[in-house]
Design a protein around this ligand. Structure first.
Ligand SMILES: [Fe+2]
Length: 295
């Protein structure tokens, strides 16, 4: 049976049926998924009761895995999952929700700002694949905004203005935005900024997109207030409802998004409830721009 891909009715997102992700993916199916990703940027698969191993095997059939274990404040016994997974849950190593004032939680909820996964890495992420194992009684949606559609809706003057800009990305910047600044010297070193182009082009389609992320703190060559205001304007533009799909999770959903042409954000949910969502990440091919020489 061939895969059916049904658009969600906006400029972003489609639902996929006719595939069991527990089974090995054929190269024809993988190509259908890549083509669907190029076109819709977000693909939703319902009723996929995967084990971690099956989730990982499916991911590997779409590309090389990114190790995200150094992106978090989790350490040692906090890791519930292998380093091939980003544990996006609010659960500690004993499967208990973090307390409201837990430092690891306060860092993690920076994901409620619009961002692109791993934009703070020299080679940023291609796809993220998030699977819902337990969901809270309310809230916790993930929202996605299409940066290709947002780019196309810019006026020509703004397109020309941003065409060659290069930004610095770091988790230090996104967390500072929400007032989280208590980093250790080791964390400051680990989260040192990297550079990314502000406009990037999707290789297979040639479509341009605005590579925005709350991890951006600076635009090279720009005064800081001017840079922050431009970034804020672009983000407001790019996250208007016409460019957004909001995903309401069901257990055993798996959602893939293309970090090269979308931003996303998690939404709030009751602090005391478990939200067990697990992410694998397909790494990108190359840096978007030359990196600064290490000091
Ligand atoms: Fe994310």
């Amino acid at each position: 049976m061939s895969i059916q891909i049904r658009p969600l009715g906006t400029c972003i997102g489609a639902e996929v049926e006719g595939i069991d992700l527990r089974e090995p993916l054929s190269s024809a199916q993988a190509e259908e998924i890549h083509a669907g990703m190029d076109r819709y940027a977000v693909l939703v698969f319902h009723n996929q009761p995967l084990t971690n191993e099956q989730h990982l095997a499916f991911t590997k059939s779409l590309g090389p895995i990114e190790d995200t274990s150094r992106n978090t404040l989790r350490s040692g016994a906090d890791f519930r999952l292998p380093p091939t997974f980003a544990d996006v849950s609010n659960l500690d190593g004993n499967n208990k929700p973090y307390g409201p004032d837990d430092r690891r939680r306060l860092f993690a909820i920076g994901n409620r700002l619009w961002h692109s996964d791993s934009s703070f890495k020299a080679v940023p992420a291609k796809y993220s694949l998030l699977r819902a194992v337990r969901i809270p009684s309310k809230g916790g949606n993930t929202e996605f905004a299409h940066m290709g559609a947002a780019y196309e809706a810019l006026d020509d003057e703004t397109k020309a203005l941003i065409e060659d800009l290069v930004c610095e990305h770091s988790q230090l910047y996104s967390r500072e935005t929400i007032g989280f600044t208590q980093f250790t010297p080791e964390e400051r070193e680990r989260f040192r900024p990297v550079r990314q182009r502000l406009v990037r082009t999707l290789p297979r389609t040639g479509r341009k997109s605005i590579y925005l992320s709350s991890h951006i703190g600076r635009i090279l060559g720009w005064e800081l207030p001017e840079a922050r205001l431009l970034l804020r304007d672009l983000t407001e533009h790019a996250t208007q409802r016409e460019f957004v799909y909001s995903h309401k999770w069901q257990v055993n959903d798996l959602v893939i998004w293309d970090n090269r042409q979308t931003m996303h954000r998690g939404r709030a949910f009751p602090v005391s409830e478990a939200r067990d969502v697990r992410r694998t990440t397909v790494s990108g091919d190359a840096p978007t721009v030359e990196q600064a020489v290490a000091a």
